[in-house]
Design a protein around this ligand. Structure first.
Ligand code: HEC
Ligand code: HEC
Length: 370
């Protein structure tokens, strides 16, 4: 849309195109942008590409990027409680953002301050950057957009605005765009700590990865009856064909072993992890960490491994061993001698043509008649 507008106006005298732009933005400011001036209004629209990482306004919070209220009035990299990169802090050394430095930063953040956290390709058009800067300037440190500060253009900006009425510049070749510095493929942005935390929920047999918390078998029993028993049975015996969670002790050597948490599973961490990650079926991740401790304690109780009044916690978790743990052995096939009766033949092995001993038809696995 912007490119279209620019090429539309590019052959017109500046006065006319400016008039048209003003009319356009008066129209917009009535509905969308309130009482901000034309260019700040345009900047506000352009800010859409920033708003995934930045908020402005009285209620603004830090997202991946800092709150930008009053950023043109305050010291650079100074929003309270935001962890800036050293790259950005060192770049401006406690000075304020100027139009020039902000313009250079927004044009190519990662070239301007190599190592900056702002993993953003930059705003290509000088006009767009000027409008964004005007918009940022229109927002005071409390996040209010003040009429007086909505960026009445000064001389130098006037000329940069006029520049937009000249024929559009050649498109920059793709190689000139800043490439993110992080990672191997240099793609996307770094995951937020919160995003990593939300995914990184695995629990190891030695307890690493467990959240801090606790829950009693008594509380777990109530939860279990409410959200698990309908499928897994009141005592973990499984209703219908849903999995059995308790019992089956000493059945592993029988022809139909009953593999449950108590009879078969090697580690309690798997129970915690599985329930936390995947249950109740159809409503996964709905339980709190403490709920999962309580239910895990109750599942131990259903398997006769703890008493009714047992409380499981992040502190005593790794002291619980499941009965079948010892029967799981490490897979050390790489170290074991390769077991076979004779030396394997590696070249020119068969003198005779291969003899086919059985055919699929004989085995009755291929449907006949077609
Ligand atoms: C992918 C997320 C992301 C996007 C998109 C993004 N930013 Fe940022 N921005 C950041 C981060 C992170 C920082 C902090 C940089 C650092 O500490 O190195 C930052 C810093 C800034 C700062 C400096 C703030 C200060 O306190 O000095 C400004 C100004 C800024 N961004 C403006 C913008 C504008 C305008 C846009 C849209 C055109 C934008 N950013 C798009 C993440 C982003
Ligand atoms: C709507 C039915 C349903 C409910 C309710 C339900 N589960 Fe399950 N559960 C399943 C199904 C189905 C599986 C097997 C899933 C699979 O193998 O992919 C399963 C598997 C399990 C397993 C692994 C069993 C094994 O031996 O592999 C455990 C442990 C478990 N559920 C615990 C719970 C707990 C605890 C709750 C309550 C918080 C719960 N489930 C609620 C249906 C349910």
């Amino acid at each position: 849309m912007l490119t279209g507008k620019r090429s539309l106006f590019s052959n017109q005298p500046g006065v006319i195109s400016k008039y048209v732009l003003t009319v356009l933005f008066i129209g917009l400011s009535n509905g969308i942008v309130g009482n901000v001036s034309a260019d700040a209004a345009k900047g506000k629209m352009l800010f859409g590409q920033c708003s995934g990482c930045h908020q402005v306004g009285p209620e603004a919070k830090h997202l991946f990027g800092p709150i930008l209220n009053g950023v043109m009035q305050r010291e650079a990299a100074s929003a309270p409680d935001y962890a800036y990169s050293d790259a950005l802090k060192n770049k401006l050394q406690g000075g304020n953002w100027s139009d020039e430095s902000m313009d250079a930063f927004l044009a190519a953040p990662m070239s301007y301050a190599p190592g900056t956290k702002m993993a953003f390709v930059g705003v290509q058009s000088e006009e767009d950057r000027a409008n964004l800067i005007n918009y940022l300037r229109s927002i005071d440190t409390d996040g209010n957009s003040s009429d007086a500060a909505t960026g009445v253009l000064n001389e130098s900006e006037q000329s940069s605005e006029n520049a937009s009425n000249e024929p559009p510049q050649e498109r920059r070749p793709a190689t000139e765009f800043a490439v993110p510095e992080h990672g191997v493929l240099h793609l996307g942005r770094l995951a937020l700590a919160e995003e990593v935390q939300a995914w990184d929920i695995d629990v190891r047999p030695d307890g690493v990865g467990l959240p801090v918390g606790q829950g009693s078998a008594t509380v777990g029993g109530e939860l279990y009856d409410a959200v698990c028993a309908s499928c897994h049975g009141d005592f973990g015996e499984g209703t219908g064909r849903w999995p059995i969670l308790a019992g089956g002790m000493d059945t592993l050597t029988e022809e139909r072993p009953e593999k449950t948490i108590g009879s078969y599973w090697p580690y309690l961490s798997t129970v915690y992890d599985y329930v936390r990650r995947a249950m109740p079926f159809g409503n996964a991740r709905s339980l709190s960490d403490d709920d999962v401790y309580a239910i895990t304690a109750y599942l131990l109780y259903l398997n006769d491994l703890v008493d009714e009044d047992f409380t499981l916690s992040s502190d005593n978790f790794s002291s619980i061993a499941l009965p079948n743990e010892q029967n799981f052995i490490a897979d050390n096939r790489l170290e074991e001698a390769f077991r076979q009766s004779s030396e394997p033949c590696m070249s020119n092995c068969a003198d005779e043509p291969a003899v086919v001993l059985q055919r699929a038809r004989v085995l009755d696995v291929t449907p006949e008649g077609n």
